[in-house]
Design a protein around this ligand. Structure first.
Ligand SMILES: [Zn+2]
Length: 191
């Protein structure tokens, strides 16, 4: 069975200078670009919201999961970061496209599990933004859908507000059965 790399939401709005920039979000791109060519299957998720999406708030509180407007479909903020290597044969999945429904997971409402099974994938390696939101939700849903799941910690960055949120997320993932590894451990016997 095969392995897939999942690159979560590496979009301009989630990188420094974007509407909802994650500190250091662009620093993981070189690590991800090295991985992109070592997998048969690469998935890129996008937050792809309508302008009236339910998560958008005029006075966003962040910690209550209300956010400033971000990743509005078709805008520059929703585009992949220009440095990200996007393979022509990559699978692009858009999430959060329903105005009334928040979607942190790349598996939510996207048909991703079926697309991966069609390609004989049984194990996924998850990278991208943000560790404590969409990466976490994608990893947990991958497990629920029956895949082995790993989060590549040095290829992911979190919002970490309040501080400690990322560590809590990693502990929750470990407890659920998600492997937490670095890129150097991919393919090693210990994974
Ligand atoms: Zn969003």
């Amino acid at each position: 069975m095969g392995k897939a790399l999942i690159v979560v939401d590496l979009q301009n709005d989630f990188c420094p200078g974007g509407a909802l920039g994650v500190a250091g979000g662009d620093e993981i791109i070189p690590v991800i670009n090295r991985l992109v060519n070592s997998f048969d299957t690469v998935v890129y998720t996008r937050d792809w919201h309508p302008a009236n999406h339910v998560s958008f708030a005029e006075n966003p509180q962040f910690i209550d999961k209300s956010w400033p407007a971000h990743c509005v479909a078709g805008t520059p903020g929703a585009e992949f970061h220009p440095d990200l290597l996007v393979r022509p044969d990559g699978i692009i999945v858009d999430k959060g496209t329903d105005p009334a429904v928040e979607a942190y997971s790349g598996f939510q409402g996207t048909g991703l599990a079926e697309k991966l099974r069609e390609r004989q994938v049984d194990t996924v390696y998850i990278t991208g933004l943000a560790t404590d939101y969409c990466v976490k939700a994608t990893a947990l849903d991958a497990l629920k859908a029956g895949f082995r799941a790993f989060v590549v910690v040095n290829a992911s960055r979190g919002v970490d507000n309040p501080p400690g949120t990322v560590e809590d997320a990693l502990n929750e993932l470990r407890a659920a059965g998600v492997g937490i590894i670095t890129d150097a451990e991919i393919g090693s016997s210990g994974e």
